[in-house]
Write a protein that binds this ligand. Sequence first.
Ligand SMILES: [Zn+2]
Ligand SMILES: [Zn+2]
Length: 123
Amino acid sequence: MGMLGPAMEIMGIRIPTVIHDTDSVRCEGCHEPIAGQPMRVSILDVVATEAPPSWAVASPINPGPHQFHADESHVRAWMRRTGYLWCRKSAAREIMRPVAVPTDAGWGLCDGAHRDDHEFVPA
Ligand SMILES: [Zn+2]
Ligand SMILES: [Zn+2]
């Protein structure tokens, strides 16, 4: 469901039907305008590295860049809604790696900055 945008939000968050200011960037976590510099998060394209050819068809992942307020909780709110798990050893960074979670048949995101096993938890 990586194509979900603010206009399609149906999970109880208010739906902005009219965009008055096309220059303002909205946070994908809380859908409020971002004043100042947004935090941009891109999800690494694993097609080029290790995934099978069918990955691109089957994957729900929208590589972004996704834009948020500069606060990790907004990134995690977006992950929670989108259905990603969160690696608790990770921080919110500009580049996140998608990791297939075998037990959940879903995707977790991690910054890849640690070398031991991932610990995926609900974002
Ligand atoms: Zn936000
Ligand atoms: Zn991890």
